[in-house]
Design a binder for this molecule. Structure first.
Ligand code: AMP
Ligand code: MG
Length: 505
């Protein structure tokens, strides 16, 4: 997805200074850097002309056990572009491969550099990665850089996903570089500091499977189990235990995406994390009108990664993981295949279980009735046909109870509403409990495309970050409609052009 080809880096990046500065609470312990050389290459970020912090996530810094005071001086920006290396960091670029739009490719961190793993005071371990930090051995013809707009977009949307209660990588900071990046146009360059449970991807396993390196596959399996599935780490069948764990987490994750109308947009296997976190925010967007065929990415011509395709694509990606694990699943190939297939086949049922649970919550249903799935599907069908706004419809279902306030009031909706009201009457929970359940599962505020675009435009072309900060603050409380302006709660005004998103290169 590199649009403008630049010359490959001719010389090794200049070495940034390892200045300890203030410790700020960083505590690195870099288990991935200790893995054998085939897993990564050591590379320092390339220093930039003029580091400047444009957005910083104080609540996240606090939850990581970092001292916010350390980030108030202008010199702190140098750590978030890689001009200075945090004490204890051991920068590496990770090797990985992936299926991009169905085709196998060898990739690796071409513009992201993993500084290391920060241990929080409570013992949690997080990858700290600089995205856009300069070229690596895996940059191919890319410049190793990122533009400000896409980095702010990842910051805003990943934090919105977190606030929505969805597993995701987080964003600690965006710093501008003072250097232009050349894409279709010249854009301001920036570096995003990404915080993740890890950056181990389906494509990481595919990389070693592609090399036929079964030793590395085993090492990676153990490493991933210990890090993300400690309760499975002692299994007699580690590869199988890992596959099952990942399949379950992805089934849950995709159901979350569907619950809030999130379209990832580029679900290549290199963009699927074993941890179960949403990762690599490129051309992602949220649906306004409910439409399973919704596609926003300018390069997804065949709708491979359309909204409604996501469960199926997740299963496809997981099958690539299973394939990569085959050599270590069982010494006998037939037995390995049988096991892999069983686990992959379980994805559909797992996803539907999570999805139905989500739909029940969205409809305020505490009890379980056999017709619940059909009740939900009938509403979704109506929404699709009438192009109703996904977020708004669910959020306002109770308020729309009286026919005169039903919008758009049509016979199909009215009949559905009666059916639903009768269903609610068959459970004993009080109306207040129903509303509470619904409000906790139906966001009032999502990062609407038109609002995101406007905020990013103000920041990138007008150097005005106030709008972005306001949107970011509203998105921090997505289930809370109080205090929010109508502009944030309402669907885009009629006539708003359809959103097109671009890969963040
Ligand atoms: P993405 O589309 O961000 O998931 O990236 C896909 C692959 O392309 C990854 O291996 C990236 O490291 C690489 N890549 C994307 N943009 C650049 C760039 N500007 N320079 C070097 N590599 C890049
Ligand atoms: Mg990626």
């Amino acid at each position: 997805m590199i649009k403008v080809e630049t010359e490959p880096p001719g010389k090794l990046p200049a070495k940034p200074s390892h200045v300890a500065s203030r410790h700020a609470g960083w505590h690195f312990d870099n288990s991935y850097a200790r893995l054998p050389e085939v897993f990564h290459t050591r590379v320092n970020p390339t220093p930039v002309a003029q580091p400047r912090l444009v957005i910083f996530n104080h609540p996240l810094a606090h939850s990581l056990g970092l001292d916010p005071a350390a980030f108030s001086d202008p010199g702190a920006a140098a750590f978030f572009t890689g001009n200075q290396i945090l004490p204890g960091a051991e920068p590496i670029a990770q090797a990985y491969a992936g299926h991009q739009y169905g085709n196998f490719v060898r990739l690796g961190d071409g513009r992201a550099i993993l500084l290391g793993e920060h241990r929080t005071p409570t013992g949690e371990r997080f990858d700290i990665q600089l995205k856009g930090a300069g070229p690596t051995l895996y940059s191919r013809r890319g410049d190793g850089r990122a533009a400000l707009g896409p980095m702010l977009r990842e910051y805003l949307i990943s934090e919105a996903m977190h606030a929505l209660g969805i597993p995701t990588t987080r964003s600690l900071a965006v710093a501008t570089t003072g250097e232009p990046v050349l894409r279709e146009q010249t854009l301001p360059g920036a570096v995003l500091t990404r915080v993740a449970a890890s950056h181990i991807r389906v494509g990481t396993f595919e990389y070693f499977a592609g090399l036929g390196d079964h030793d590395a596959l085993g090492r990676l399996t153990d490493h991933t189990l210990r890090r993300h599935f400690p309760d499975r780490a002692e299994s007699d069948h580690p590869a199988l235990a890992l596959l099952e764990g990942v399949v379950e987490r992805q089934a849950s994750l995709i159901a979350h995406w569907m619950r809030v109308g999130f379209v990832h947009g580029v679900m290549n296997t290199d963009n699927m994390a074993l941890s179960g976190e949403t990762i690599d925010y490129g051309p992602c967007a949220f649906v306004d009108a409910y439409d399973p065929a919704a596609v926003f990415s300018s390069i997804d011509h065949h709708g491979r990664y359309a909204f409604g395709q996501q469960p199926r694509i997740a299963a496809w990606n997981l099958a690539r993981l299973a394939e990569a694990l085959l050599p270590i699943l069982h010494p006998k190939p037939q037995a390995a295949l049988l096991r892999a297939n069983e686990v992959i086949d379980s994805f559909s049922a797992r996803f539907h279980r999570h999805w139905l649970a989500s739909l029940r919550a969205k409809l305020g249903l505490f009890s379980v009735e056999p017709e619940d799935a059909s009740l939900a599907e009938e509403l979704l069908r109506w929404m699709q046909q009438s192009r109703a706004d996904y977020t708004h419809t669910f959020r306002n279902l109770r308020a729309d109870a009286t026919p005169e306030s039903t919008s758009p009031a049509d016979a199909v909706f009215t009949a559905w509403h009666r059916r639903w009201t009768e269903r609610l009457a068959r459970q004993h929970q009080a109306e207040t409990e129903v509303i509470r359940l619904m409000n906790a599962n139906n966001p009032a505020v999502i990062p609407r495309n038109h609002m995101v675009e406007a905020a990013l435009a103000a920041a990138t072309t007008g150097n005005d970050f106030a709008q972005l900060e306001r949107l970011n603050a509203a998105l921090a409380k997505p289930y809370d409609a109080a205090d929010q302006t109508a502009a944030l709660l309402n669907p885009p005004p009629p006539g708003t052009p359809a959103c097109r998103t671009f890969c963040g290169t």
